[in-house]
Design a protein around this ligand. Structure first.
Ligand code: URA
Length: 229
C-alpha cells in the first residue's frame, strides 16, 4: 500500500468516526506515512534471505539472535547443505563460521572449493535449534521451502550434504549416515535433478577422528566428479 493510499484509508476512517460519533465532520487531520521500501524480489537469493530473516513460521524464531540464510556464490559448482546454525552462526547470521565451519572451509579448500569462488553454503533450518538439538520435523518442514527455492535459483552442479540430519531430511529416510555417505545419489527439486553426495558433518570429525578417513574418501569422490575423472 502506498503512503497516498494509507492517507485515504486514514481519512475515511476519521470521517466514519465523525459521523458515527457526533454526526458532524470535524477538522481534517493530516497524517504522514513513510513510504515503505519496495521489497527485494522474492525470486532472488537476497529476497529469500530477507524473508528468512523476518520469518516467524516456527518456534525457532523466538530464540534466534540472527537467522543464517546461507552464503556463497550464485550459480555455484557445489552447494553444501548442513543441519542448522549453531551458537557462532546465530551470533553472526552466517552459516558454518564456528569451529566446524572452519574445518569445513579447509576440507572444501583441499578440493578447490570455497564460498568466495564456486560454492554456496546453506542449512536445512535457518535458525538455531536451542542447545544445538536436532531440529524437529515441524521445524524442518516449515523451513523446507526456503532451501528448495534456494536450490532452484542457484542450480548447483553438485550438492554435498554434511551430516545425518540434513541427509535424512533431504532424502526423506531414516537410513544411517554410515549407509548414506560415500556414494552419489540424486535429489529432485522442482523439475531438476541434482547429483548429491552425503558425507559426515565436520562437527562429527572434530568429535571422532575415525570419521576423517571416510570423509576424505568422500571428498576425493566429489573431486573426481568435479574434474570429470
Ligand atoms: N553446523 C551446521 O550444520 N550448520 C552450520 O551452519 C554450523 C554448524
Amino acid at each position: 500500500m502506498t503512503s497516498a493510499d494509507k492517507q485515504k484509508v486514514a481519512q475515511f476512517l476519521d470521517l466514519t468516526a465523525d459521523y458515527l460519533g457526533s454526526g458532524y465532520k470535524s477538522e481534517k487531520k493530516e497524517y504522514t506515512f513513510n513510504q515503505s521500501q519496495p521489497k527485494t524480489d522474492p525470486n532472488t537469493i537476497e529476497g529469500i534471505a530477507e524473508e528468512i530473516r523476518s520469518c516467524r513460521n516456527c518456534a525457532l524464531c523466538e530464540k534466534r539472535l540472527n537467522a543464517a540464510p546461507g552464503e556463497g556464490v550464485l550459480q555455484p559448482l557445489v552447494m553444501v547443505i548442513g543441519e542448522g546454525p549453531g551458537e557462532d552462526e546465530d551470533k553472526q547470521g552466517r552459516p558454518f563460521v564456528g569451529k566446524a565451519g572452519q574445518l569445513l572451509d579447509k576440507m572444501l579448500e583441499s578440493i578447490g572449493l570455497s564460498r568466495t569462488t564456486n560454492t554456496f553454503i546453506a542449512n536445512v533450518v535457518k535458525c538455531r535449534p536451542p542447545n544445538n538439538r536436532d531440529p524437529y520435523p515441524e521445524e524442518t518442514n516449515a523451513c523446507s521451502h526456503f532451501l528448495e527455492r534456494q536450490i532452484s535459483l542457484l542450480k548447483p552442479k553438485f550438492i554435498l550434504i554434511a551430516g545425518r540430519v540434513s541427509a535424512q531430511t533431504l532424502l526423506k529416510t531414516t537410513e544411517s549416515i554410515g549407509k548414506l555417505r560415500g556414494k552419489f545419489t540424486e535429489l529432485i527439486v522442482g523439475n531438476d535433478k541434482y547429483p548429491l553426495l552425503v558425507t559426515y558433518h565436520p562437527a562429527a570429525l572434530l568429535r571422532n577422528e575415525d570419521y576423517k578417513r571416510p570423509s576424505w574418501e568422500d571428498l576425493k569422490l566429489l573431486k573426481s566428479k568435479l574434474t570429470g575423472e
